[in-house]
Design a protein around this ligand. Structure first.
Ligand code: ADP
Ligand code: MG
Length: 511
């Protein structure tokens, strides 16, 4: 096959190759044979490795590329610069390094391309270090059990599907179901609660107007200082979209490896897989099932494996991942969703029906799961969330009966009433992540029946009144509760105080 390609070449090109072969050998140098769609085909460079950076000498200077498709006599390389300058016959050399991006504190507050170049019109970014775009995941010995909470501030998640630092939790749902809203609020929560967690938001193929709005919000909420935004837009070459999640991860790993905690958000991996497919077709890799390359599974598993809670010996830092997958008509059994579900530690499933019923965030209580976060859950939240889960699952069961008959016994009616109030309680507007004490107190008021007398459609008002009153009158107690390190029931005085306040608030909303 290699032979045929060489014979197809023009005489001029063949001569160039022969010259090169005689003078320098085809191990470390090569010749561009074809070029197009951001891909350069290079004859020679036999010692090039996967992801190695190549330098193409063109009439207007050096253009870099990286090697992806390594074949016997020819390699396919992805250009990192404009392809206008590159032409057949250009000589190519190994730069002697694999693909890396700038990493470090200097990137905080910045919006950058997958190569770490500023996209925010700000000053050039000069970092002291670079990080490998593709890196081996930390081995088992370097890891530790996930044990610290990564609080989203979204009560439905923190209470029912808690996420731990180092965990990989998928956010999955159709378009316009509030997936990005979840991760945006989670980033805001890291600033509000002063968790010190660094956010790395990787936008893959998102409309630039949407990304700009998100960045504006991060700025106005004071979150940008602890955030890096990596953007590959819909009109960027597929290669940049392909690189973006790996490059962002390298930037996040810097914090993980320095004993800090970073949160990776990939918005979204569906578009990433599509970009990979496009790139693979250009590189003529064989397409696999559903016209996706067979290794699309590997594409995402080698990315998400880099999230980890590190051992004490390695500094105890962490990298948490919230990948996003967009489904079509709620179909989670398609190839890409199934893959990512199988390589994450659980999923938050967003339901279109709930969204349109006004139940927002539209988190499905039945289909969502978090497999490793339980041990990491904030103690105070955990101590009151058991009743919430139980109440909601009983409600789901009962509600299906309730549609058929009107003569329900009192116990059933009571469970339905409670479930309706819990459902109301879990509604949460955007940009309002809740602190620990707010979550604990709100949950306790409803699950312990103190708000049973409040009409379901007044639950949010009663909750707001309760929180306002407690904060006005008992700031210090609430601050202590917000440390989260004790069970709510442990402090009987505090429980009595909250219950008394909840009862008096409930009176104002009866009817
Ligand atoms: N909790 C919420 N309450 C009210 N509106 C919401 C909530 N979450 C999302 N939205 C709105 O729903 C729309 C879709 O949300 P978005 O996060 O962009 O969806 P997706 O990322 O799933 O496409 C946006 O207009 C957003 O403002
Ligand atoms: Mg979105």
């Amino acid at each position: 096959m290699a032979e045929i390609t060489v014979q197809d070449l023009s005489k001029e090109l063949r001569d160039a190759i022969t010259r090169l072969d005689l003078t320098e050998g085809l191990e470390e140098s090569g010749i561009v044979t074809r070029i197009g769609d951001g891909v350069a085909w290079v004859h020679g460079l036999r010692s090039a490795g996967y992801n190695e950076v190549l330098e193409i000498s063109t009439a207007s200077g050096v253009v870099e590329a990286f090697a992806l498709n390594l074949m016997e006599d020819e390699i396919g390389a992805i250009l990192l610069g404009a392809d206008q300058a590159v032409s057949a016959g250009n000589t190519v050399r190994l730069k002697g390094e694999v693909l890396s991006v700038p990493i470090g504190e200097e990137l905080l507050g910045r919006v950058v391309s997958p190569l770490g170049e500023p996209l925010d019109g700000g000053a050039p970014i000069k970092t002291k270090q670079r990080g490998l775009v593709e890196r081996e995941a930390v081995g088992v010995m370097g890891r530790k059990h996930v044990s610290e909470p990564l609080m989203t501030g979204i009560m439905a998640i923190d209470a029912m599907f808690p996420i731990g630092r180092g965990q990989r939790e998928l956010i999955i749902g159709d378009r316009q179901t509030g997936k990005t809203a979840i991760v945006l609020d989670t980033m805001i929560n890291q600033a509000r609660q002063k968790t010190g967690v660094i956010n790395v938001y990787v936008a893959v193929g998102q409309k630039l107007s949407k990304v700009a709005r998100l960045v504006d919000r991060l700025k106005s909420e004071g979150v940008m200082d602890q955030t890096i935004v990596v953007v590959a837009g819909p009109s960027d070459p597929a290669s940049l979209l392909y690189l973006a999640p790996y490059a962002g991860t390298a930037m996040g790993e810097y914090f993980r490896d320095n004993g800090k905690h970073a949160l990776m958000i990939y918005d979204d991996l569906t578009k990433h897989a599509v970009a990979y497919r496009q790139m693979s077709l250009l590189l003529r890799r064989p397409p696999g099932r559903e016209a996706f390359p067979g290794d699309v599974f590997y594409l995402h598993s080698r990315l998400l494996e880099r999230s980890a809670k590190l051992s004490d010996a390695l500094g105890g830092g962490s990298l948490t991942a919230l990948p996003i997958i967009e489904t079509q008509a709620g179909d989670i059994s398609a190839y890409i969703p199934t893959n990512v579900i199988s390589i994450t530690d659980g999923q938050i499933f967003m339901e279109t029906d709930l969204f349109y019923q006004g139940i927002r965030p539209a988190i499905s209580a039945g289909l969502s799961v978090s497999r490793v976060g339980g041990d990491a859950q904030t103690k105070a939240v955990k101590s009151v969330s058991g009743n919430l889960k139980l109440g909601l699952s009983q409600f789901r069961e009962m509600a299906s009966f309730a549609q058929f008959g009107s003569d329900l016994d009192d116990a059933t009616k009571q469970q339905i009433n409670r479930g309706q109030r819990l459902t109301e309680l879990l509604k949460q507007p955007q940009y309002q992540p809740m602190s620990i004490w707010e979550q604990v107190v709100s949950m306790h008021a409803v699950t312990s029946g103190l708000f049973d007398s409040v009409a379901a459609d007044k639950i949010k008002d009663a909750q707001a009144a309760l929180l306002a009153k407690l904060w006005t009158d008992h700031k210090d107690d609430m601050r202590t509760l917000s440390k989260g390190d004790k069970k709510f029931g442990d402090n009987e005085e505090l429980v009595a105080l909250v219950e008394k306040t909840a009862k008096s608030v409930a009176k104002g909303f009866e009817g």
